[in-house]
Design a binder for this molecule. Sequence first.
Ligand code: FE
Ligand code: CA
Length: 521
Amino acid sequence: MPSRADIESLARRRCLIALSAILSSTVTAASAVEWKAQDDPFTLGVASGEPIPDGFVIWTRLAPRPTEGGGMPDAAVAVEWSVSTDEAHGNVVRRGRATADPRLGHSVHVEVEGLEPGRWYWYRFIAGGAASPTGRTRTAPAAGAALARLRFAFASCQHYEHGLYGAYRHLAEDDLDLVLHLGDYIYEGSSTGKTPRRHETTEEAITLAQYRNRYGRYKSDPHLRAAHQRFPWAVTWDDHEVENDYAADQSENRDDPKWFLERRAAAYQAYYEHMPLRRTSLPRGPDLQLYRRLAFGDLATFHVVDNRQYRSDQPCGEGRRGGGNMVANCAARFDPAATMWGAAQERWLEDGLSSSRTRWNVLAQPLMMAQLNNTDASGQTVNWTDGWDGYAAPRARFLARLAAAKVVNPVSIGGDIHSFWANELRPDFGDERSPVVMPEFVGTSISSRGIPYASTLKALPANPHIRYFDSRQRGYARVELTPARCQVAFRAILDAEDAASAIRIQASFVVEAGRPNLQRD
Ligand code: FE
Ligand code: CA
């Protein structure tokens, strides 16, 4: 006799299969209906991203009831947009009409073109007689143009239930050209125990409707909305936008991969609907093209990668739970057939890095790349398989090729482990004479609880390439690039349960162009 859980799971499966049938029909510009807003449809705010020299993406989603299915009629709605050179919209330089399509959750993604390079613009939307907040954004400098300075922040891991977004309050007031989000923008699951605030439900998000409501909850936070409203963003995902520790079509709970891909399709679609992404990232069933490059004059190229969609399964999982595990003596960690990025993305990344002519090359990826050897109770060396340590062969291959290709000033930035790290990456972490090929900076979480501090600290002597670690603070990292140096400040809020918390610089580092070693600032 099927259990209640079986019946629920069957119902979910049916619902997801029906959804995929709808999505397989192409989204076309449907004829918009006349619609009058009763309540504010711009509860999720506005956002922008993907800056290029003559434009960017501007985004909003109409959702008067953001945690209850959106609250829009099941019809396409016309949305006016405009871009101006002033905050008061006195000098509109571009305007147009877009369609908020119910099949994409009434989200709106406009790719604005024909603007001037390297300057600020303001934008807004009007729908159903209501006006959105005014967003500010910036075009990239002209390709190859001399650029003296670029400032950006990178953020990750913002479990809504674990803390308030004081870090975003400070980020929104910072002086930045760009924000990178490196994943765990939402969490699919809820926490047990006492938390400062709760998701809209304790149920795990599985269907498109549930993922949409979850984004609705996260974007109800005014500090997150302010951070989007103030700067262009470039985003990539980690695991929790879909499910903890998933690997391509392999779920943490060892679900039928066919079923899991239906869930992934729903999660990827909701991600697209809530991020300022280009048409090139429109989801196609369970697939979404996320890896891409953004260039800023002659100073910097961001190589933004996807560590989830194409990876091989975590190694040595037999007889254990799905997803990541702490393992000892796992020879499969060194399997050359293993992959983090998939062959096509890995080639794309290596080609782009070796041909880039900008002064800095930032690898924006969701995880920590450095080796982290831990010791278990019996004294054995153990490694966490969901991170790069589970993919030691592709990591060594990539770092060796990076060195051989003489990539110009590569810098890796990452997230995922809810702690600050500054590391020196070597193709062979076991050999201190192996050259440092790239510095790595891992930013702590915006709000998600940190990993254990004392026990991790004990592991550091076995990992001399790790130069800094602290998991006790929440916050973000702020980077300033000039032709001569890359300066990274780890900014930490004092109290993650207080949105008004002060912020301080926890640690700061400098990397000089031409020398990949870390220096304390
Ligand atoms: Fe996280
Ligand atoms: Ca993660």
